[in-house]
Write a protein of this length. Structure first.
Lengths: 200, 392
């Protein structure tokens, strides 16, 4: 619980910090899967997800920046689970050529998952329908991105990105499947919301 | 605004939960006539107590048959066949029997060998070709006998993490034999053929292909013609043509090890079309089959002796009773004596069949729930010891 509160405060701090000047917003849709990372790129069937987040630059130079991100997301993995997650990532972006950038992110998150099917709980010697309180998961992640700034050289220009995110779900099933590995393939856009008088 | 977003998020999560299928209780009625001594069996109360004990620990439902030559056949059930519709389990209900089919596969192979269609010591490569032989290490040298006895060293595709995650990613997919064999392509063999034993589903998929190659028929039809019909196994079938037939009990998984189960009836698509799983039956029929096989009613004495020729693995599983590998059957040293057995898993189902050669006692049980904490009630050494202590 303490971990979730700390994470939530990081997300909130970054959001408020962004709002004080200008607010980078990253929105993506993604396809999630249970898979061994780097053995598959695009998987079927599609299990959809959506993510929204913000970023804060620790250090920005002409060709690179080191930043912190914070995000909220939701996914629906058919027949298996749906989850609401929040997390933060330490990211490094490097401009490769014109508007083309490569990026890597190391993240830590929390996801609360719920079954997508009717659940029966064993209590008092029999199975009963009970409300699904869900399952708590730590969700560390590692991502590789390719992005394209629509106006090369302008850090505030909208950026389209494709993100290959590998992540693990822990604990998954104690004494049975301790850790579950996943891939999220994101397609998204990052843009800046300028506040009046903001200095971006 | 924020409150609206919160409510929308809650509605999304709650609304995305599928309810169970509404099924009338009559769906689970059995068109099944047989005679047994369940009503008069003096040990019936003790057997029923075993089943009730499993259910009181968290098993959703269980059926069982216990045969003693002196007292005949007892069948019983406990728990639920369908939680959503509140339907109790009946002893006649059919369930997924998973890998117990390997004993049927092996029996069929022995029959075909008796017919002279091949020799058990022929290499499988004499009958199969292509990627199955070229891309699976040891497949070019392994014999039919080695595939039957799990001594080929061929990699078990089910051990592939890539397969396991792919299976979870598409739980309702129906896998074809070559889709599954592909997960063994390029994998290192466990050992040189014939030098050790280690369980391999891959070998039994290849044996299914062998049956089809030499008979020109789907292997499931060969099972039907050579085993199901002659023995009158009216409640037994292979999943392929009708994976979720009328009357099959719902399956449940404790995926997160917390005794919170979800239905998984449609999630065993990896064994619908291959000879390493996919059997659907009930404990009565399974008992009839096992006793017929081991009393010489299906294959000749020489073939049976070959099936019951044992090998032990160099690194035994310390978590289970001492076990030896025959051809499609195992010999296990239980606290209640030596038994010939084969068990099987599907997603949401588990079954086990045991025959005690000292007195012919035959115990078969099938449960419609597994994984997580339920496995400790049905398939571990301790679980088996408890079940056998109450049925021997």
């Amino acid at each position: 619980m303490r971990f979730v509160l700390v994470l939530a405060s990081v997300v909130l701090t970054l959001a408020l910090h962004g709002q004080a000047r200008s607010w980078p917003v990253a929105v993506s849709v993604f396809n999630t899967s249970t898979a061994v990372p780097y053995t598959r790129f695009f998987t079927t069937p599609v299990h959809p997800g959506i993510q929204a987040g913000t970023e804060y630059d620790h250090r920005a130079r002409a060709r690179s920046r080191l930043f912190q991100s914070a995000y909220l997301n939701y996914f629906y993995h058919g027949h298996l689970a749906q989850g609401i997650g929040l997390g933060t990532e330490l990211g490094y972006e490097h401009r490769v050529w014109r508007g083309l950038v490569a990026e890597t992110r190391l993240g830590l998150g929390y996801t609360h998952t719920f079954t997508t099917a009717e659940e029966f709980t064993f209590a008092n010697g029999r199975y009963e329908r009970k409300g699904d309180r869900g399952n708590a998961r730590f969700t560390p992640s590692f991502s590789l991105d390719l992005g394209w700034y629509l106006r090369p050289g302008d850090r505030n220009a909208p950026k389209l990105f494709l993100r290959y995110q590998s992540w693990v779900e822990y604990p998954y099933s104690p004494d049975f499947i301790p850790v579950m590995t996943h891939i999220n393939l994101h397609l998204g856009v990052r843009f800046i919301i300028q506040r009046k008088g903001g200095d971006a | 605004m924020r409150r609206t977003v919160l409510w929308l998020a809650c509605a999304l999560v709650l609304g995305a939960c599928r309810k169970g299928e509404d099924i009338p209780a009559a769906f689970y009625d059995c068109a099944f006539s047989h005679t047994d001594s369940s009503a008069t069996n003096p040990a019936g109360g003790a057997y029923q107590a075993v089943l009730d004990g499993m259910v009181s620990g968290g098993v959703v439902g269980v059926t069982m048959s216990v045969y003693h030559p002196g007292s005949g056949m007892w069948t019983g059930a406990a728990g639920m066949a369908d939680l959503h519709n509140g339907v109790p389990m009946k002893a006649c209900n059919i369930s997924r029997m998973g890998s117990t089919v390997k004993t049927f596969t092996a029996t069929t192979v022995m029959m075909l060998a008796e017919d002279g269609l091949f020799d058990l010591d022929d290499r499988i490569a004499a009958y199969l070709s292509g990627d199955v032989i070229d891309r699976i290490e040891n497949a070019d040298r392994a014999t039919i006998r080695q595939l039957l006895q799990h001594s080929s060293g061929i990699y078990n595709y089910i051990q592939s993490t890539a397969f396991q995650t792919a299976s979870l990613n598409d739980l309702v997919r129906e896998w074809e034999p070559y889709d599954l064999l592909a997960y063994a392509y390029g994998k290192n063999a466990y050992f040189e053929p014939g030098t050790d034993v280690r369980y391999s589903n891959t070998g039994y998929i290849m044996l299914g292909l062998l049956i089809e190659q030499v008979t020109g028929k789907p292997f499931a039809r060969v099972f039907e013609e050579r085993i199901f019909q002659p023995l009158g196994l009216t409640m037994t079938r292979f999943a392929g043509a009708d994976p979720v037939p009328d009357g099959i009990v719902r399956g449940y998984v404790d995926l997160y090890s917390n005794l919170q189960v979800i239905e998984s009836t449609y999630y065993s698509g990896w064994d619908y079309h291959t000879a390493d799983g996919g059997l659907i039956s009930n404990p009565y029929d399974m008992s009839v089959f096992l006793r017929a096989l081991l009393s010489g009613g299906l294959i000749n004495a020489a073939s049976l002796a070959e099936m019951l020729t044992w090998r032990t693995e160099s690194a035994p599983d310390p978590e289970f009773f001492p076990i030896a590998y025959g051809l499609g059957i195992f010999k296990v040293e239980t606290p209640e004596g030596t038994a010939y057995m084969h068990s099987g898993d599907a997603i949401g189902y588990y079954a086990n069949m045991l025959y005690f050669p000292d007195d012919g006692t035959t115990v078969v049980y099938a449960v419609n729930s597994n994984y997580g904490r339920i496995d400790a009630l049905v398939s571990t050494r301790e679980a088996l010891a408890r079940i056998l202590a109450g049925t021997r």
